[in-house]
Each structure stands twice: as C-alpha cells, then as structure tokens.
Design a protein around this ligand. Structure first.
Ligand code: MG
Length: 667
C-alpha cells in the first residue's frame, strides 16, 4: 500500500470510530515535543521522568493557567468584549451552523454529526475557509463574557471532532503536492482543503487566542491539553515543510509561525519557528514590495493585508521583547507601504477595487491607521489619517506617482469634495492582479464615479470560474482593448509624469497585444477635469474598443454625439464625451460592479469603437468633466493637432464652453 492508500484506509477507520470517540486521551509524546528545562516546567519534568505522565499533564496545565510571561498583543483577558456578530457566530456555532464566508449567508449547517466535507457550493473558498474555524474565537469570547461552560464544552468537542475527521497522514512532499494540486479525489481530497498551509497558519494564529480564552475551563482537561499541544505541533511542522512559494500566502504563514514560536516558547523548536518566520518576512518585504512601497500583487486590499501582516509580527515582537530581531529597514518599508496606501485611497478611506481588491470600510481603516501610529508615532501623516485630520499633518503632496508599481494619483485636495483619479498601469503583477492596464477609478465631490468592476469570486469549479473570469476581463475596465479581447501582455511603461501645476499629465504605454500597443495620456487640467488621449498603434487590424464603466444609477447615453451624462442624485455628476479621429460607434455593454464577495449591482457600461487598419493608429480623445451643479455641465469638443501618431509627443486641442486649450507634451 502506498501512503495515499494507507491514508484513505486510515481515514475510513477513523471516520467509523468518530461517531464513538469524542473523549480525549493523554498524548505522552507531548513531553518529547517540549523543552522540559524551560523555566516553570520543573515539576512537569520531574513527574514525567518519574513515569507519572497523568500528573505531569496536570502540572503542565497548571503551568499554562498560571503563565504570565507570554503576552498576546490581541487578547487582554481582563477586558474581553464581544460584538453582536461574534455572539451570533458563537451561538450559531453551538448548533453547528458555522460562519465560514461572508459571501455565503446565511451560514450552512454542517449536521449534528459534523460533516467537515460538506461542500454545498463548489467554490474552493467555501471549502477551505471552513477549516479556519472562524466561529471558535467568538465562542472563546462568548465563554469569557458569559462564563457559560456550554461554549467551552462545545469548543473542546468540535476541536477533537475536527482532529479525528481531518487526519493528516504521513506522506512525502510529492504526495502532498499531488493532493494539493487537486488531482486526488475522494477522502484524500479533503487534505487539500483541511491542510492547505494558509488554513493551517490561520488555525496556528487563532488557536493562540482560543487557548487563552478556554484554558481555565474545567472542560480544558490535562488530557485535552496534550491533544491540543500535539495537534498544534503538527500544524507548525506542516507549515515549515510546506510554505507557499510566494505571495500573500507566504507572508501570512510566516507571520503566523512567528505567533506559534512566540506564544508557545516551551516547544523545543519554538525559537527556530520564530526565526523562520522572521527571516521570511525580512526577505519577502524586499521581494514583494517595490521600492515605491507597492505590494507586487498590485491589489490595494492585498497591499493592505500585507501591511497588516508585517505589522502583526511587530506587535507580537513588541509584546514579547524581540523587536530587535527586525532591522530598521523593515520598519522603513512598512512606513512606505502605508503612505502608498494613503495616496491611492479616496477621502472616505475606501480604496480602488483594482484586481481582487475589496472596497474596505472607514471604521476598519481608521483602526488600521490608529494601530500604525503606535509603530510610527513620529509620522504626522499617519496620525492625520488616524484622527480624520484632527491631529498630525496632511501630506504635503497632492498628486503622486508610484512608478515601479504603476499607480498614479491625480488629486486636488485631501478633503471629501476632492477630485481624485487613480490610474493603474504597472508591471505584470502577481496572482490577484487583473489584466487591466490603463484603467482608473475617479472620485469627485464625495462619490466614486467610475468604480472598478471588482472581483466577485476567487476560484472554484467551472461555474464559479466563469463568474470570476467575467470580472477579470480587460473589457470590463476603464481601458482599451482590441476586439474586446483580454490583454495578452500587461507590462506598462511610464513615458512621462508631471503631477503639479495646471496641466498635470501621465503618459503610459502597454504593448497589450501582438501588433498593438496602447498609449494612454491622462491630462488633469486646471485640477478640475480630465482629458484622456488613447492611441492604439502597431500593425494589428481589427476593432479597437475604448471602455468606460459608470457608477450604478441613471446614466444617459447619446450615441450621436458620443456623450455620456450621469443623472445621479446629489451633487456629483459627470459628462464624458469621446472624440475619435475616425468615425466612432457607441456600444452599450454588460456592466456589473461587485460590491463584496458574490454581491454585485448592475451598472452602465459602454464602449467607443473604431476600425483599425495595419497602417494607422486608432486614436480617441475623451473629456471627462465632473460637476456638482447641473448648470455647470459644459459644452465640449476636442481634436488632434497633427495628422499622425507621434512616437514621443501628444498634441491635442480641447474646447470647454468654446474656450480653447492646447494640451501638448513632448517626452
Ligand atoms: Mg477589476
């Protein structure tokens, strides 16, 4: 029998037993995992050496109940509170209705005899995230707040039930990889979900909280303690042997192995765990973060998650006295990441939903900034955002370019009535990045007028992937395509940037398709309106499409004048008019905006289209003019100066209410 068949057999045997075995057993191997010379474990060591493991386990539990030297940065048992939502998740958890994913509400019930393989919708996230046990820590809080033993009893039961029904067989790395790749089905397939390193690391982290919440309960028996510590040890070893190759998963895993090493210094390898995590973070902060502070997935929310991972490691270090293990350069880079984030966000603290980004919300972002001020107390800008401008100083810059990451912000103020356009035009990007080069979001006077389509879902079966792929298409972004096809290449080059004065401009170029390069010039004129010059050149032939996606609500399209006028309530509206060098055709397109995971709203989307031959560039000028008052909606016109595409110059003429303006740059 190979290891996988052994594993399947073992699983079947264990599943048969699962109905009967729920009690915990003393696991004597725990004593070989711990450094019994660790200060405070003298009694445990003596009892174990005398062959009395039962009493040694009791002494070990006493030690943990009285332990004060190790601090947890997120748990203060003297002031535990619980939110309404956590209370709900805790109570639902008692009934085996498990909160797994915000995108799947109401939560599913996993049965009286818990079926950890229940998978009602074939979205990988739903199956993976079940194994993060998101209701466990809420149960811990509910226990601490109420003192009701039902939470502790049920947590211990579910913790053991999970161990029994989700075994990790001994297997070599290639067997594990085979399972991870999804090629193995049936019972063994479960390992792919239950033991994915990201989920394992999540449990490693959250079980430190749960340990503190429940350790004083009579249901937390000496036998259970040994089960817990053996299981926890297995988790740590699994991470060390199976770190993700790269990306945010690796960062999460590294930060959480630091938690494991710091929170359980009694394990023999605890110092090595901590060092492994710190080494990875120190290395990866230079690999995954560009010099301008942008994270390489080019996704504002994963960027934020990366900041918080790097910071969490520091909070744990500060709580337990090992800050010195991080160099100053590590802190400097986090600080840059925070300022990068502040610069690409809108005045309501939301971020553009480029790539797979979530929108974020103000209370959560304010809390982030507040936490960051503790790490960077001298940074006046971070303090400014932490206090909504009541303290600190707003950034001296308005517009800002992050050229390595390819994020460019045009901004005329830091206040709510600001005009802000954030353009994404960078390198290829990693997993969460979408092929959307040249796209933008545009905020005016309190409203996002051109929000990104967002992500909707991540990954799953064909049906789920179809949904995901719709939102990833280049054509559902505010950018240019050839025959509506998704970009083949995403490698934007910045040709020009000027972020100050009355005519600010960006010129960015992406060789998107074989035979077709898209050069987009963005002019921010008088810090009031935008002129986009889109030029598609190369020997490709076909139809060139310039797409725009509006905020949901009423939008009027006029295909004769190639004009789009929004009719939103309130005082943030926009007129967009497109002027082609050759005749244009306006097409209304399918438009959606994902507001959260598996939530979307319909919205107006359209494109301006023109035929392209092998010899000539297809060229468009779009004027985007926002206004607070309808009476200020201007008459617009625009044309190219010069008959041909020029490799190193852009020259157009725009008229606003008849007033002529020449916008010309050489680069
Ligand atoms: Mg997008």
């Amino acid at each position: 029998m190979n290891n996988i068949s052994k594993y399947i057999t073992l699983t079947i045997v264990l599943l048969c037993l699962a109905g009967r075995i729920t009690a915990q057993e003393l696991r004597p191997e725990v004593f070989s995992m711990l450094n019994l010379d660790y200060p405070g474990l003298e009694k445990v060591k003596a009892l174990h050496q005398a062959g009395n493991d039962a009493e040694a386990a009791t002494a070990l539990l006493e030690y943990y109940r009285g332990r004060t030297a190790v601090k947890h940065p997120e748990v203060d048992l003297s002031k535990v509170t619980i939110s309404k939502q956590d209370q709900q998740w805790a109570d639902d958890g008692l009934e085996h209705t498990f909160f797994v994913h915000k995108g799947y509400q109401p939560s599913y019930n996993y049965g009286k005899d818990i079926n950890w393989q229940y998978w009602p919708v074939q979205d990988n996230e739903l199956r993976w995230q079940l194994h993060r046990h998101k209701w466990f820590s809420p149960m811990g809080k509910a226990y601490r707040v109420s003192g009701d033993e039902k939470y502790a009893k049920e947590w211990v039961h579910q913790y053991m039930d999970w161990i029994i029904k989700n075994p990790l067989a001994e297997m070599n790395k290639s067997e594990y990889e085979l399972i991870s790749s999804g090629e193995v089905k049936g019972d063994a397939e479960n390992v792919r979900f239950a033991w994915r390193p990201l989920e394992v690391s999540n449990r490693l982290q959250d079980q430190t909280n749960q340990f503190l919440y429940f350790v004083d309960s009579p249901h937390f028996t000496p036998e259970f303690l040994t089960e817990f510590l053996v299981n926890y040890h297995k988790h740590a070893l699994h991470i060390l042997a199976n770190y993700s190759a790269q990306g945010n998963h690796l960062l999460f895993e590294a930060q959480r192995i630091i938690y494991a090493g710091a929170f359980f210094p009694e394990y023999k390898e605890a110092t090595a765990w901590r060092k492994s995590g710190i080494d990875i973070l120190n290395r990866q902060i230079n690999v995954q973060v560009y010099d301008d502070g942008g994270q390489f997935e080019l996704d504002p929310h994963y960027h934020l998650a990366a900041i918080n991972i790097f910071c969490k490691a520091l909070y744990m270090a500060d709580a337990n006295g090992f800050r010195g293990e991080f160099p100053q350069s590590y802190l400097d880079r986090i600080e840059k990441m925070i300022l990068f984030y502040a610069n690409i966000c809108f005045p309501d603290y939301t971020n553009p939903c480029f790539s797979d980004a979530k929108l974020g919300d103000k209370p959560a972002e304010l809390k982030n900034y507040k936490d960051w001020t503790t790490l960077f107390p001298q940074n006046e800008q971070i303090r400014y955002f932490a206090t909504e401008g009541k303290e600190g100083k707003q950034p001296q810059n308005l517009s800002n370019a992050f050229k390595a990451s390819g994020f460019f912000t045009f901004r005329n103020s830091w206040q709510n009535d600001a005009t802000v356009m954030v353009v994404k035009a960078g390198p290829k990007g990693e997993w969460h990045c979408q092929p959307d080069n040249g796209t933008f979001e545009f905020w005016f006077n309190g409203k996002n007028l051109f929000p990104d389509s967002g992500a909707y879902v991540y990954a799953g079966d064909d049906e789920v992937m179809k949904l995901r792929n719709w939102f990833r298409q280049t054509m559902v972004h505010n950018t240019l395509t050839l025959d509506d096809r998704t970009l083949e290449t995403t490698e934007s080059v910045t040709k020009y940037w000027n972020g100050t004065g009355d005519v600010q401009a960006l010129v960015t170029e992406n060789p998107g398709y074989t035979g077709l390069t898209h050069r987009r010039t963005v002019f921010f004129v008088d810090q009031t309106y935008f002129v986009l010059v889109d030029e598609a050149y190369g020997d490709a032939t076909g139809e060139v499409n310039l797409h725009y996606q509006l905020a949901e609500g009423k939008v009027n399209l006029d295909p004769k004048s190639m004009t789009v006028v929004t009719d939103y309530a309130g005082n943030s509206n926009v007129k967009l008019q497109c002027f082609g060098e050759k005749p244009l055709k306006m097409k209304e397109e399918e438009g959606w905006r994902s507001t959260a995971y598996r939530q979307r709203v319909e919205r107006t989307a359209l494109s301006f289209n023109t035929a392209k031959d092998a010899k000539h560039a297809a060229r468009f000028i779009t004027v985007i003019y926002p206004y607070a008052d309808r009476a200020d909606m201007p008459a617009l016109s625009a044309k190219f100066n010069g008959k041909q595409f020029a490799a190193s110059a852009v020259d157009v003429e725009v008229k606003v209410n008849g007033k002529k303006r020449v916008l010309k740059i050489d680069f």
